[in-house]
Design a protein around this ligand. Structure first.
Ligand code: UDP
Length: 411
């Protein structure tokens, strides 16, 4: 697949992350010149994994690494099954039949016939394509898990583990997500591209145009949650918190989301959210088309407070995006959100609807404190969650798996 046309070069990031960071990346990449890297996932649009691969593939190519991205295909039955797997792995009740497992295996068999696996490093993202390991020809195979599998439903984890155990290594976003496995486990938090359409600086005119198109005005403070319509993102909880705040403060709530092609539950959740919001004219529920990056950017830059009230979360790129825009983010104290928000310093972590409402009110009453938190948040992202750090980790893992017996590799 051809990643989106992407004209940026790694050197464009020098002013953002500094000279040393880029020089080190180039030295690392030199050790891998000419290797072929293949990334495989299950959707080209929507959701965090596609978001990362969209910049990672062109950036690796810019570093003279021969990188490819393949998206597996599936019909509704496959994505219903994999969504059930996903929910069960994130701790929901298991409801998976033998037939589901067969659907999963059969779809991946079919997909395998269309993929050229002849690569030095193959990264398989998440459970959907995990059984492709059956088709390994050569190279090192790495299973990259983006979700929280710290308390999985055992039956489905036992099924998936049979495949995962056969990889050369695994990557998790956080230590808590790692599992007892016989293969090496690396920890690599995700990241964002500060120069992408989703994250680049926008002019005031650009922001105004996007908001006008969305029919959003900034007359009152704006609370924003950007997320797929997924119960783990708790959009109903966000509305409940907004309603508590609204008793005393006038504000607007924007819930912006769209569909990911590998998430069949989206339309039903959107319907629930619409019903729950009922007739409140200050709640804007936006179902955005898949490529709405500039709109999301404009919304995040306009919002006074960004919320990500997830009750389960892999990492939460929307948190990173909000923090990078210098906004105070109120996030559920789960998964990777805990790694990003330092409670009370660069945002707030919350565990309840009441807690969320309390923090919203606190930030609305203290704009100076909110601005300070936002500034800390941006610097935290600069040092930890930009794509340059992420590429460095990937290059280092490829080098390490290529030289498994060396304990010291000079760059
Ligand atoms: N996103 C988007 N359009 C939407 C909803 C989300 O482009 O309608 C993007 C969002 O900006 C973020 C990613 O999708 O970059 C979501 O990643 P996150 O890690 O927050 O959650 P996931 O969807 O992977 O669970």
């Amino acid at each position: 697949m051809n990643p989106e046309t992407h004209k940026r070069s790694i050197d464009d990031y020098r002013p953002i992350v500094g000279e040393n960071v880029i020089d080190q990346l180039k030295r690392l990449a030199k050790k891998l010149n000419g290797v072929r890297v293949l990334h495989v996932n299950s959707t080209s649009k929507g959701g965090g994994v596609a978001e990362i691969l969209k910049w990672m593939i062109p950036m690796l190519r810019d570093l003279e690494i021969n990188a490819e991205w393949h998206v597996i295909k599936g019909d509704r039955s496959f994505f219903n099954v994999t969504k059930n797997f996903h929910n069960a792995l994130q701790g929901q009740e298991c409801n998976i039949s033998q037939e589901d497992k067969e659907t999963y295996i059969a779809h991946n068999e079919k997909n395998a016939a269309e993929i050229d696996f002849d690569a030095d490093h193959v990264f398989i993202h998440d459970p959907q394509p995990a059984s492709l390991i059956e088709h390994r020809v050569n190279g090192t195979w790495i299973w990259r898990c983006h979700i929280d599998i710290s308390q999985p439903c055992q039956e489905i984890w036992d099924f998936l583990k049979e495949y995962v155990n056969r990889y050369d290594a695994s990557i998790f976003s956080m230590p808590e997500f790692a599992q007892s496995l016989p293969i090496p486990q690396y920890l690599v938090p995700p990241s964002i591209d500060p120069l992408s359409e989703k994250n680049r600086e926008l002019t005031e005119e650009e922001i105004a145009k996007e908001l006008e198109e969305l029919e959003i005005t900034h007359e009152k403070p704006i609370l924003l949650q950007v997320s797929r319509f997924d119960r783990f993102k708790d959009p109903i909880g966000v509305i409940k918190a907004y309603k508590l705040v609204k008793k005393r403060e006038d504000c607007t709530l924007v819930l912006a989301g769209g569909e990911a092609t590998d998430d069949p539950e989206g339309p039903a959740v959107l319907e629930e959210v619409r019903k729950y919001a009922a007739e409140d004219p200050d709640i804007h529920i936006l179902s955005l088309p898949p490529v709405s990056d500039r709109k999301i950017n404009a919304l995040q830059r306009t919002a006074d407070i960004i919320i990500q009230k997830s009750i389960k979360e892999g990492f939460g790129l929307t948190v990173t995006e909000g923090m990078w825009k210098g906004k105070p983010v109120i996030g559920g104290e789960v998964g990777g959100i805990k790694m990003q928000i330092q409670n009370g310093t660069n945002g707030y972590l919350v565990n309840s609807i009441e807690g969320t409402a309390y923090r919203i009110r606190q930030l609305l009453h203290n704009p100076e404190m909110a601005a300070k938190m936002g500034a800390y948040a941006r610097e935290y992202v600069r040092h930890n969650f930009l794509l340059t750090r992420h590429i460095r980790d990937h290059l280092a893992i490829m080098i390490a798996t290529q030289h498994p017996h060396e304990t010291y590799i000079q760059v």
